[in-house]
Design a protein around this ligand. Structure first.
Ligand code: ARG
Length: 287
């Protein structure tokens, strides 16, 4: 059986082909109670640090080239998933994607709201392991700063936001059904942080993937129904007003007993040697 990460990574390319063939597909109405699977529409002003990663060259213009999510943690610093920068997704190294941009402040991908900002530097976590998906994060340095009020603080290790049962919200423009129904307008879904023990049971290794508590965090609902999905990767999971996770992987979307797996943001902070001081101007230790 193929690893679920490999399946997940294949999806954005399929999307590009489908979206190009059926221009109206992305504008099709979605059921009011479905997300980012099981979610609801949200205006980007409520989550201004949520950004879309875009390349019209690679993914076509029907959804403004959106292929992953990201999150602004300083005016010129956006976090995303390392796997979003992989050749499996982009078809080329990121520096060869000449129209690679971050779209900020835009709810509807096809509107001209907000800004499209060029990327000055892409730094992929050297500790990222594409086999296990451990350490799934990358840092994008923007060519122009975002407003300071469009950034979110990261949640450090030991913060109560990581406690199992904490309500969290995930944001994205990804698939709302698990069947390739990528949306035009930003959506959000409420989920709950799960214990590492529960997540280890869900993903003990083998076909459905392995949960590695050091660098990953699970969130979802015991009964399923609410989750991130393909196209949401790299986007934010927020709890108690702070960033706790980046959408990374899962087995299917919204299935009972198969929660979403997120990059653990406290581990991102540790790797980047990030503290409150460098958060203000976007400098980080290792990039
Ligand atoms: N890997 C996917 C992406 O590239 C994200 C999958 C998240 N899946 C989940 N069930 N939470 O967009």
């Amino acid at each position: 059986m193929r690893h679920p990460i490999a399946r997940a990574l294949a999806r954005p390319l399929i999307l590009a082909a489908v979206a190009a063939a059926i221009p109206l597909a992305s504008a099709a109405p979605v059921a009011a109670d479905s997300i980012v699977v099981g979610g609801f529409p949200v205006d980007v002003s409520k989550a201004p640090w949520t950004v879309a990663l875009s390349s019209r060259d690679r993914f076509g213009g029907t959804r403004a080239g959106q292929f992953c999510g990201g999150v602004a943690v300083a005016p010129t610093t956006v976090l995303t998933a390392a796997h979003c920068m992989g050749e499996d997704v982009l078809g080329a190294p990121p520096e060869q994607v000449s129209d690679f941009r971050v779209i900020a402040g835009r709810t509807d991908l096809l509107s001209d709201q907000g800004a499209e900002i060029a990327i000055r530097e892409v730094w992929v976590n050297p500790g990222y392991d594409p086999q296990s998906n451990a350490g799934d994060f990358a840092v994008l340095t923007l060519a122009e700063p975002l407003p300071q009020d469009a950034v979110i603080a990261m949640s450090a290790a030991g913060d109560p936001a990581y406690e199992p049962g904490t309500r969290a919200t995930v944001y994205g423009w990804g698939d709302v059904t698990g069947g390739g129904d990528y949306v035009r307008r930003l959506r959000a879904a409420y989920v709950h942080v799960m214990s590492d023990a529960r997540c280890g049971e869900a993903y003990p290794g083998g076909g459905d993937g392995t949960f590695l508590a050091d660098s990953m965090l699970c969130a979802g609902e015991e009964r399923g129904g609410r989750d991130a999905c393909q196209g949401d990767s790299g986007g934010p999971l927020v709890a108690r007003g702070k960033l706790v996770g980046l959408v990374s992987w899962g087995s299917g979307c919204g299935r009972a007993g198969q929660p979403g797996v997120y990059t653990r943001v406290s581990e991102v902070m540790r790797t980047l040697d990030w503290d409150g001081r460098n958060a203000a101007d976007g400098r980080h230790g290792t990039a």
